[in-house]
Design a protein around this ligand. Structure first.
Ligand code: GDP
Length: 366
């Protein structure tokens, strides 16, 4: 499955957020650094109102959302790239995730220690980013030397990867994350970049952790984060981890009431999960029938047989074609039969690129 790693300095609210996300007590929140030592992984359902609409129309007995994973990654401190704190383990854990959810402390609370003794989320972001850049720089410099030699020796693989390596090195040497290369990158270049397996090439979402009072509109600190994020082409969300932990305990009715008291129209976690999904560059297609309505995840750009393969490898191997109805047509016309009658059910073949919201039915050989 696809994984977002939750990172941040100690005591910024990572565990609180993770607990809220998974509604488990597995990652205990506590007021001291390095509380979360083992990386904890939790799967969450991706909220999508389209799935409920489809289930209603198809009169499905079961509704099965798609899921993504969050990993609570042990606290990083200044010097991690030199092995300080849980440095090396932290970096290894980040290497395993597909995207980074970076939690920043945007709340004041004298009772909760800040490892650096001041509340400055932009400086915090910079502290972590610097450690990741130093780790990338060191590993790339080590590899580049070898690769240059091999490229001179006309080794094909080395010749192919070297230009991407040099581009990444150039950014890092100028104190910039490799992520800046992601903007508008071609598929082949992305493959090369991913092959370098760097930390700062992973997409980032900043989470501003605020107190209850600022959950709806943020504060001066979240504004500073917003400016920083925009400059990096990154997204940010404002969340109160403590409130989310409370909401996670309530039933739907109580939660709705609590949210409206706070001036929120949905739980922050829903926002966060959707933002994580977008960050991972994932899209959703649906299957619908009387037994179940279900959401499935594919990487953006996936073709129909690959999408079928998410359900079962046999579906991919024996793929013949897919009947495809765009969600808007399915919802506005009132289901599969009506969509077919209106000529909105398309037969798509092996080369069809799946679109977000497609309601699909696969024909395959067994
Ligand atoms: P981690 O080290 O980043 O995992 O941080 P924790 O989730 O363990 O949180 C550290 C402390 O900050 C705990 O005592 C939390 O209850 C507290 N905390 C988390 N979020 C907030 C918040 O939004 N406001 C306040 N005042 N405290 C918070």
């Amino acid at each position: 499955g696809f994984k977002c790693g939750i990172v941040g300095l100690p005591n910024v609210g990572k565990s609180t957020l993770f607990n809220a996300l998974t509604k488990t007590a597995a990652a205990q929140a506590a007021n001291y650094p390095f509380c979360t030592i083992e990386p904890n992984t939790g799967e969450v359902a991706v909220p999508d109102s389209r799935l409920q609409t489809i289930a209603k129309i198809a009169q499905s007995k079961e509704v099965v959302p798609t899921r993504i994973s969050f990993v609570d990654i042990a606290g990083l401190v200044r010097g991690a790239s030199k092995g300080e704190g849980l440095g090396n383990q932290f970096l290894a854990n980040i290497r395993e995730v597909d995207a980074i959810v970076h939690v920043l402390r945007c709340f004041d609370d004298d009772d909760i220690t800040h490892v650096e003794g001041r509340i400055d989320p932009v400086a915090d972001a910079d502290t972590i980013e610097t450690e990741l850049m130093l780790a990338d720089l060191e590993s790339l410099e080590r590899r580049a030397e070898q690769t240059r030699k091999r490229a001179t020796g006309k080794e094909k693989e080395a010749i192919l990867i070297l230009p991407m390596m040099e581009k990444a090195l150039d950014l890092l040497q100028n104190g910039k994350p490799v992520r800046l290369l992601l903007d508008g990158i071609a598929a082949e270049d992305l493959r090369l970049l991913n092959a370098l397996n760097l930390l700062t090439s992973k997409p980032v979402l900043y989470v501003c952790n605020v107190d209850e009072a600022d959950a709806a509109n943020g504060n001066e600190k979240t504004k500073a984060v917003a400016t920083m994020a925009a400059a990096q082409n990154a997204q940010h969300v404002i969340i109160s981890a403590e409130i989310e932990a409370q909401i996670a305990q309530l039933d739907a009715e109580e939660a709705a009431e609590f949210l409206s008291e706070l001036g929120l129209d949905e739980p922050g976690l829903d926002k966060l999960i959707r933002a994580g999904y977008t960050l991972l560059d994932l899209i959703t297609y649906f299957t619908a029938g009387p037994k179940e309505a279900r959401a499935w995840t594919v990487k953006r750009g996936a073709k129909a047989p690959q999408a079928a393969g998410v359900i079962h490898t046999d579906f991919e191997r024996g793929f013949i074609r897919a009947q495809t109805i765009a969600y808007d047509d399915y919802a506005s016309l009132g289901g599969e039969v009506a969509a077919r009658d209106a000529g909105k059910a398309r037969d798509e073949g092996k080369e069809y690129v799946v679109q977000d919201g497609d309601v699909m039915l696969f024909k395959f050989n067994t």
